[in-house]
Design a protein. Sequence first.
Length: 316
Amino acid sequence: MKNMNTELTAEWLLSNDDYLILCHRYPDGDTIGSAFALCRALIALGKNAAVICSDLIPSKYAYIYDNLNLPVFKEKNIIAVDVADPKLLGMLEEEYGGKVDLCIDHHGSNLKYAKRLLLDPKAAATGEIIYRLIPAMGVSIDKKMAEALFTAIVTDTGCFRYGNTTPETMRIGAELMSMGVDHEAINREMFDTKSRERMAVEQAVLSTLDYWCGGKCAVMYLTDEMIQKTNANEGDLEGLAPMPKRIEGVKIGITLRQGDEGYKVSVRTNPGIDACQICKKFGGGGHTAASGCFIKGTLSSVKEDLHIAISEVLGE
């Protein structure tokens, strides 16, 4: 694995071609926005580039990839964007997990699985890294790239509300707005607009809400049956993880989502508690305030394992 900086990465991208850009499963605004912004920049250079994801990209992100004519080609170089662990590639892991030529990421827990790694754990979103990379490639950021990058940053910072937001994050956001980004429309789509299916999902998961450790930890879960009953799609499920952390007095919020042979665990914490350290106990990782892992087992066994880990963290 070779550690890369912005300049070295730009040089490598300019000297090669035929790029396949991978997003992580359960795609969010950062992986989607970063991938398509980079893809558009490469195409502007006359390169062949395309974006794929193991899961369907939610329709609310359609403005990021509309009017983009992707060329047909045989990939020679694989790029993973916002993917800290090859397991996060989902069904793409088997084919591409061991073949990633370049990973661009902002997760300090990155497993350094790619041949080359452009990593900035201080960046609020991978979109910040791509924002610096595109001009280094000699490409001017156009409005469509700016919309993609703004979406990447605004979704990973909770509309600039989360603790990962820095002065640099705000400066980049302002620069993207000056490029013609309709921030009001994007924020409305990302944060204010909810489908009826989403409302049904929220109603369902809130009905499962439980409190541990004297109310310091709030836990809720989502099963396959619940998803089927609400007729929700992936786009309707995005952004559930922060909900339990927002409850007064809660220090740790946990959201469980049923998966193959176990549950995907999303941990969100308030200041003073490291979510990443909790998830590392189960082979996961992420950021201080937002991390994830996967635990095999039944709902009851997964909750029991987590309860023990959370009790240790809170000294209960």
